[in-house]
Design a protein around this ligand. Structure first.
Ligand code: BMA
Length: 728
């Protein structure tokens, strides 16, 4: 079922996430002019990337071409439109299911004469280039992949030959090679991303000037693929070594390779211009606050983003030249008007991780704060001294960790009556019932909404008879996936939302999403996806947000808060370091300690600490030798002991587990429970009570205790107790 109030804000987010990179001689917007639209994706518009994150059944979605044709101020050349409609009938894209990406040259070839004739009839041209990647499909460094294909380049050459004013729109979820922009002197370029079901209309809003672009890049666009530190070694099958450490994205480029940047992190143009002035600041203990006045100095309404970066003293540790510390987007500002905004951050949140001491520290020395439109333009607005180094944490010695773990399921729970009830309830369950409880079933369990990813909790007759409801979890970050064919809304993809830099907007969008999820009697939405864009090649970048952990974490937190407004649990995923799709079930992400804490776990830490995260999905890959699904350091030491998370952890679907140095297996669920990854997703429907994994054998031989099972049962049931299925 589709909720009718989500379309409007979905369209607004799709427009506000578009990033205008170049716009010479006012090529855009197109107002009361004739335009020819080239490229197949004007019709075959890619609403999303592929895989679980894109498998939403939509209906009545306008294509960009239809939306342009419906736009009064845009006169679309009918001959070219008819030509493309004809060509696409003859050469449809045969990606037969949502789980495939295709690297053939899919762009259609057209005659020079057609372009030349169109140029005589029209004022401007638009070229839409599309690229769809997704789950299981990283981009490849070849034409039709990271590079534009032969036909795409030919089309851009043809249009550049006959048009002075033309814009290339990129309908994709990954950063692509951009060397063609200067090579063919393309006057206007805009990433319109995968805008979801309303993406076609949003592109017309942008092209017509109804909405001025206000998106800002959430990733650095480098001169070439080899300039990204992650490219070297990206395709190694068994393990990916994160040798760049913390120097990923703009942390690398701004510090070590500023000449290798085509478009910097946080960059984006508008149709208007703004003046940002810092009008003051305040330092109150650890809270740094800065005040700005943002004035619209151009001639149309628009929104601006003020980005704050910090430069830290290289006293104990080395640091990147800039680190994003905070940001704020203005509301719509009319020409000549201005908006005052204040932005603050806690210096503790910019602490560094000292591997020697396994502790977070705030170093002594001079800190400098920069503010501006992007990481490159930001100007110094404040500097302050920290007199004495502060150590914020220390590694919990194993004994303390163990007692924490024991506390978690032995001592009386110093919490509400409900939880004591759960503890007593668990004590009554048999070992077999406990073993059943730590499995989810799916996909398409008949116990919950049809076509969804999993049912868990009361999924055996005995557990159900004891009053445990069957809870429902469905994909994905951009809308409800129901393989039953049931329709749902498809909102813009993660990277588009991140490029809005608009936290309140994303929270509102996910509140609307939560309403639709509740309407379909679903309890958990398996999203947001929030792994970092370590490489522009990762197939799931469309679902994820950014190369930066702060922008990623704050976006994910906004989505979780929004969903929770309607009692829906957003399951943040994939914890942790799923930064590549190749060999995703078995590849080992080998990450230095400091980069693990400061970069790849930081986004999850921000979400857990700043929003009501009640459920987390671990990733398929190994992290430093242990599958994330059976990694006590991730799901007990860090997630619970350090961050204080008390919800439920699930595996990814059919994930593998292992213990140090042992073979990976989907049957090693004792290792999963011992790590406090609470529930295995998924076993075939009806099999939770009889699944032949190693739980019962491990109970017998002592490799697993009942207490550990009770601990996970507590995490699962105390989470289910907060879900809407309890209303059943
Ligand atoms: C896995 C991953 C998850 C997804 C799950 C259920 O393969 O793609 O992101 O939520 O399947 O479909």
């Amino acid at each position: 079922m589709i909720s009718d109030s989500i379309a409007k804000i979905s369209r607004e987010a799709a427009a506000d996430g578009a990033v205008l990179l170049k716009n010479e001689n006012n090529t855009l917007p197109i107002i009361n002019e004739r335009v020819a639209v080239f490229g197949r994706y004007q019709i075959d518009y890619l609403k999303s990337g592929s895989g679980s994150g894109g498998s939403v059944n939509t209906e009545n979605c306008m294509t960009p071409l239809e939306a342009f044709e419906a736009e009064p101020g845009i006169e679309v050349d009918r001959e070219i439109a008819a030509m493309y409609r004809e060509l696409i009938k003859k050469r449809p894209i045969r990606i037969h299911n949502a789980f495939l990406s295709d690297f053939k040259d899919l762009e259609l070839e057209i005659e020079n004469a057609a372009v030349k004739a169109a140029a005589a009839r029209t004022d401007k041209a638009i070229v839409i280039i599309g690229r769809r990647l997704g789950e299981g499909f990283d981009n490849v460094p070849k034409p039709g992949g990271y590079y534009l294909s032969k036909n795409e380049l030919r089309l851009i050459r043809q249009v550049s030959r006959y048009y002075k004013k033309f814009a290339v729109l990129l309908n994709c979820g990954n950063i692509l090679d951009m060397s063609w922009v200067n090579k063919y002197k393309v006057p206007a370029v805009m990433y319109i991303w995968h805008g979801g079901g309303e993406g076609g209309k949003a592109s017309a809003d942008l092209i017509s000037g109804k909405v001025a672009p206000s998106g800002r890049l959430s990733d650095t666009i480098a001169v070439s693929l080899k300039d990204y530190p992650s490219t070297d070694g990206f395709f190694k099958k068994k393990s990916v070594v994160y040798k760049e450490g913390i120097y990923t994205g703009y942390r690398h480029f701004e510090t070590n390779a500023s000449d290798k940047v085509l478009y910097p992190f946080g960059y984006g143009l508008s149709y208007t211009s703004f003046d940002i002035s810092c009008t003051g600041y305040n330092i109150n203990k650890n809270i740094i606050s800065l005040y700005f006045n943002v004035r619209n100095t151009g001639n149309c309404s628009g929104k601006e983003v003020v980005e704050l970066y910090i430069n830290k003293p290289d006293t104990a540790l080395d640091h990147p030249l800039r680190e994003l510390a905070a940001f704020r987007k203005t509301r719509l500002i009319n020409p000549g008007e201005s908006e005052s905004i204040d932005i603050s951050f806690n210096i503790k949140d910019t602490a560094s991780y000292d591997e020697e001491r396994s502790a977070w520290i705030i170093e002594s020395g001079k800190y400098i704060v920069y503010a501006g439109k992007n990481v490159r333009d930001a100007k110094e607005v404040l500097s302050f001294e920290v007199q004495k180094e502060k150590q914020l944490s220390k590694k919990l010695p194993p004994a303390a960790l163990q007692s924490f773990t024991n506390k978690h399921y032995n001592e009386d729970f110093p919490t509400a009556v409900k939880n004591d009830h759960i503890k007593e309830f668990i004590a009554e369950l048999t070992d077999n019932e406990l073993c059943a409880l730590v499995h989810g079933e799916g996909m398409n369990s008949r116990r919950v909404t049809s076509g969804t990813a999993a049912a868990f909790g009361g999924i055996t007759r005995r557990l159900s008879k004891k009053g445990i409801p069957a809870a429902c979890a469905s994909d994905g970050p951009s809308g409800i996936r129901m393989d039953s064919g049931e329709k749902a809304s498809l909102i813009p993809c993660g990277v588009c939302l991140a490029c809005t830099w608009d936290i309140p907007l994303i929270e509102q969008l996910y509140a609307e999403e939560g309403k639709e999820v509740a309407l379909n009697k679903i309890d958990m939405l398996l999203g947001p996806g929030m792994n970092l864009h370590r490489s522009p090649l990762c197939g799931r970048n469309f679902e994820y947000f950014s190369e930066d952990p702060y922008l990623t974490g704050t976006m994910a937190a906004a989505a979780v808060r929004g969903l929770m407004e309607h009692g829906i649990v957003g399951v943040i995923k994939h914890f942790a370091a799923n930064n590549r799709e190749k060999n995703r079930f078995d590849a080992d992400s080998v990450i230095p300690e400091r980069a693990l804490h400061e970069i790849y776990l930081k986004s999850f830490e921000i979400a857990v600490k700043s929003s009501p995260v009640k459920a987390i999905m671990t990733s398929y890959n190994l992290v430093n030798g242990l599958h994330a699904a059976s990694n006590p350091k991730l799901t007990t030491d860090i997630l619970r002991a350090e961050w204080g998370f008390s919800g439920m952890v699930m595996t990814d679907w059919w994930a593998k587990c292992n213990s140090r140095g042992a073979r990976s297996s989907r049957m090693k669920l004792a290792e999963m429970i011992n790590a406090q990854n609470d529930i295995y997703m998924v076993v075939p429907n009806g099999m939770a009570g009889v699944w032949q994994d190693n739980l019962k054998k491990s109970l017998k031989n002592g490799k697993l205790t009942r207490a550990a099972l009770e601990r996970s049962a507590y995490n699962i049931l105390s989470t289910i107790a907060q879900l809407r299925c309890m209303d059943k």
